[in-house]
Ligand binder design. Structure first.
Ligand code: NAD
Length: 275
């Protein structure tokens, strides 16, 4: 059955791939993004392939913007059946320069060098807001359409760093842990009104955000890139397409008794102790 599916952050790498895969199943997809041009581009390419899509400007941190976006979606496609909360990410202001603190670091006056003690509360807050509030607000706005209807669900995007934090990125790891926790909380809260709530926990996907951290200009791996591949039993980075199967399953009838789960899609990274 054709559903109306809203995806936030869908001008980006991962959710544009999910939007296109969902449209290929015959669903009507609303591609929401802060960058309207990126949202429109994704919607146009879906339409070119014969799918039904609209690009909609929306800021996941502003309720008014989301309410306006919902009006556009409702006018074009009717009530929202499924929400994919994809907007999210890290910020350099919530990131330390080194994985471990050593005493000499406290003497390092290099421009931009940051220990734990230099982390900026505004930077941390930006990352928490984008990932956590940016999941909560769209759910408040779009899940209203789902209450008491059949086959509705919310799919959040957490991260494998929610299970065990990654070095250097305390804000992003903590924010995604909050998204995983919220996924369970909301699954219970919505259980009596027929809305399932689940999350994907992607491992390392090579995207524009992390390409320079993980690969050099010639395409070879940086030390951090190598470390990741060494810790990934399946020996490669993820591709956005690796998330499609689980997304279709969690959004479909096959998962009708599945709620409150956070599924790692990480080539075994979270399961591997390193030995
Ligand atoms: P991306 O940067 O390609 O896409 C994110 C999109 O969100 C961008 O198009 C951006 O314009 C949009 N956005 C940013 N702020 C917004 C706001 N306030 N309102 C609306 N839209 C906003 O990133 P991606 O790699 O596709 O990541 C998608 C999701 O997957 C994120 O939640 C990310 O944290 C998560 N994730 C990514 C990886 C990875 O390796 N890439 C791993 C685990 C989890």
């Amino acid at each position: 059955m054709s559903k109306t599916i809203v995806l936030t952050g869908a001008g980006g790498v991962i959710c544009s791939t999910l939007a296109s895969a969902l449209a290929k199943q015959g669903h009507k997809v609303a591609v929401l993004d802060l960058r309207k041009d990126a949202a429109d581009k994704v919607a146009e390419s879906i339409k070119k392939e014969g799918g039904k899509a609209i690009g909609v400007a929306a800021n996941v941190l502003e309720k008014e913007s989301l309410i306006q976006a919902k009006k556009e979606v409702n006018d074009a496609f009717g009530k929202c059946d499924i929400l994919v909360n994809g907007a999210g990410g890290n910020h350099p202001l919530g990131t330390t320069s080194n994985p471990y603190l050593v005493a000499e670091d406290l003497m390092n006056k290099d421009e931009g060098f940051k220990t734990f003690f230099d982390l900026d509360a505004n930077g941390i807050q930006f990352v928490f807001n984008l990932n956590f509030i940016g999941t909560l607000l769209p759910t408040q706005v779009f899940a209203m359409d789902m209450v008491g209807r059949e086959g509705c669900s919310v799919l959040n995007i957490s991260s494998m760093n929610a299970f065990t934090p990654l070095t250097k990125i305390p804000a992003y790891s903590g924010a995604k842990a909050a998204v995983s926790n919220f996924t369970q909380w909301l699954a219970v809260h919505f259980s009596k009104v027929g809305i399932r709530v689940n999350a994907l926990a992607p491992g390392f996907f090579l995207t524009d955000q992390n390409r320079t951290l993980l690969t050099k200009e010639d395409g070879s791996l940086t030390p951090r890139g190598n470390q990741i591949i060494d810790q990934t039993p399946m020996g490669r980075f993820g591709e956005p397409e690796d998330l499609v199967g689980t997304t279709l399953w969690l959004c479909g009838e096959g998962a009708s008794f599945v709620t409150g789960v956070v599924i790692p899609i990480d080539g075994g990274f979270a399961a591997y102790s390193g030995v």
